[in-house]
Design a protein around this ligand. Structure first.
Ligand SMILES: C[S@@+](CC[C@H](N)C(=O)[O-])C[C@H]1O[C@@H](n2cnc3c(N)ncnc32)[C@H](O)[C@@H]1O
Ligand code: SF4
Ligand code: SF4
Length: 377
C-alpha cells in the first residue's frame, strides 16, 4: 500500500462532516438493535441473551429499522444475543445499507466463516467488532484467540473494518496483555474494557484487583499516547481510570437521545441497562430529546458506548483533538515501515505476524467508518 494512502488512512474515518451534524442537531447518532436474544455461548458476565425467545421475524426488524431511520439515526449497530445466529442477518445488513445507515455488527465470531464474511461484505457491512476476552477458554468465557486467530485471514483483503474488544475482569486479566498484543501486532484496533454490572448493579463475575486493573488501564493509556491502535478513545480510557480511582467524571448521559437501544421485541431502551416498555414504533423526536438529562444511574455507569457518545457531545474539540494527536503519532512509524519495506527482501507472507484490516501490503483503500466514537456496543 502506498505511504500516502496509509497516512491518509490514519486520518480517515472521522466521518466528521456527518457526525458534526449530530453534534448540533436534535437527531440521534446511533441505535443498537438487538437482532436476536438468542446466543450460541454462555459468557458468565453476560445478561444480554435469552434462548427462550425466538428470533424476531425479518419483516418486524425491517419495520423497526425504517422507523429508526425516520428518527434521523445515522448509524446502526447490530447486536444481540449473537447476531450471526439470525438466519436473515445478511439481508438485514443489506437493508440497513439500503436505508443509508452506517452499519456495524458485533459478534463472538464462532459462526463466522469466509463465505459469511464475503456475504456480509457484499451486503455492505462496514464495521465488525469481534469479541475476544482471552487467549484460551476458561469457565467464564469461551471467546478467545484460539477460535479467532485462524479466522483473521478472512479479513486480509476485506473492505470490512475489524476491531477486537475484550472484557477485563479477574478471570481475563492475566491474559489481557496477550490479547491486546496479539490484536495490535496484526494491525487490528484492539481494546479491553472493564466488566460492567447487570441492570440490578450486580457483578456476575469477580471484577479483579483495583490496583491491577488500574495498572492495566494506565498501560493502555500510555500505549494510546504512543500512537498505538488502542480502539478505546482517550476520553473513555480516562473515564475507566476515574471509575477505578473513585473520582467521578462530570458528564451528562445522552442515552435515549443521541444513542438508544431497540430490543429484540421492538422495545425502546435508553441503553442496555435502562429499559422501557414503549415500542420503538411509538417513539417521537420529543421522546428522544426528553432523555437529554443527567441520570441517577450515571455513577459507575459501564455502558461505554453511551459514555463515549456523551463525552463527545459535551466536548467534541477535546475528544476529537486527543484522538487526532494519538493517530498522528502513527505517521512516523508508517514512514519508517514504508522505508524499510522498500529494502525488505522477504516476501510478504514470510513476514509475521500477518497484518489484516488494510494494514498489509495489499490493503484495501481507507474506510470511511472508523470513528472517534469508537464503541459499536
Ligand atoms: C452482549 S454482546 C452481543 C454480541 C456478541 N454476542 C458478542 O459477544 O460479541 C456485546 C458485547 O458486550 C460485551 N459484554 C457483555 N456483557 C458484558 C459485561 N457484563 N461487561 C462488559 N462487557 C460485556 C460482550 O463481551 C460483547 O463485546
Ligand atoms: S457476551 Fe455475547 S457471546 Fe457472550 S453470552 Fe452474551 S451475547 Fe452471548
Ligand atoms: S447513565 Fe449509563 S446506565 Fe444510565 S441511562 Fe446513561 S448509559 Fe444507561
Amino acid at each position: 500500500m502506498k505511504l500516502l494512502d496509509q497516512v491518509g488512512r490514519e486520518f480517515s474515518g472521522y466521518n466528521l462532516l456527518e457526525s458534526a451534524k449530530r453534534l448540533v442537531d436534535r437527531k440521534p447518532l446511533q441505535c443498537s438493535l438487538y437482532v436476536t436474544d438468542r446466543c450460541n455461548l454462555d459468557c458468565s458476565y453476560c445478561t444480554e441473551y435469552d434462548n427462550s425467545q425466538p428470533h424476531p421475524p425479518l419483516e418486524d426488524l425491517k419495520a423497526w429499522l425504517l422507523k429508526i431511520r425516520a428518527l434521523g439515526t445515522m448509524r446502526i449497530a447490530l447486536v444481540g444475543g449473537e447476531p450471526l445466529t439470525h438466519p436473515d442477518i445478511v439481508e438485514l445488513v443489506r437493508y440497513c445499507r439500503e436505508l443509508g445507515f452506517a452499519t456495524s455488527l458485533t459478534t463472538n465470531g464462532f459462526l463466522l466463516t469466509k463465505a459469511k464474511l464475503h456475504a456480509l461484505e457484499k451486503a455492505g457491512l462496514q464495521v465488525m467488532q469481534i469479541s475476544v476476552d482471552r487467549m484460551t477458554p476458561s469457565p467464564i468465557t469461551k471467546k478467545t484467540f484460539k477460535t479467532i486467530l485462524p479466522k483473521l485471514d478472512f479479513f486480509k483483503n476485506s473492505k470490512i473494518s475489524l476491531h477486537i474488544t475484550g472484557v477485563l475482569c479477574d478471570d481475563t486479566l492475566p491474559e489481557s496483555t496477550a490479547v491486546l498484543e496479539t490484536g495490535l501486532a496484526r494491525g487490528i484496533p484492539t481494546e479491553v474494557r472493564l466488566v460492567h454490572a447487570d441492570p440490578t448493579s450486580f457483578y456476575r463475575v469477580q471484577r479483579g484487583s483495583p490496583a491491577a486493573l488500574k495498572n492495566f488501564i494506565e498501560w493502555m493509556i500510555q500505549r494510546k499516547q504512543n500512537g498505538e491502535k488502542i480502539h478505546t478513545n482517550a476520553a473513555v480510557l480516562d473515564y475507566q481510570l476515574s471509575l477505578l480511582n473513585g473520582t467521578p467524571t462530570d458528564w451528562t448521559c445522552t442515552a435515549g437521545y443521541k444513542l438508544f437501544f431497540v430490543s429484540a421485541q421492538g422495545k425502546f431502551w435508553e441503553c442496555s441497562m435502562v429499559k422501557t416498555d414503549k415500542h420503538i414504533m411509538d417513539i417521537t423526536p420529543e421522546d428522544l430529546h426528553a432523555n437529554y438529562r443527567k441520570k441517577p444511574c450515571q455513577v459507575g455507569c459501564g455502558v461505554y458506548c453511551a459514555v463515549s457518545t456523551s463525552l463527545l457531545i459535551e466536548n467534541p474539540a477535546k475528544v476529537v483533538g486527543k484522538e487526532i494527536i494519538s493517530r498522528a503519532k502513527r505517521v512516523p512509524a508508517l514512514m519508517r515501515s514504508a522505508f524499510t519495506s522498500r529494502s525488505n527482501v522477504l516476501p510478504s507472507d514470510a513476514r509475521s505476524p500477518q497484518h489484516v484490516n488494510g494494514s498489509g501490503d495489499e490493503a484495501p483503500p481507507a474506510k470511511p467508518h472508523e470513528s472517534v466514537v469508537s464503541s459499536t456496543y
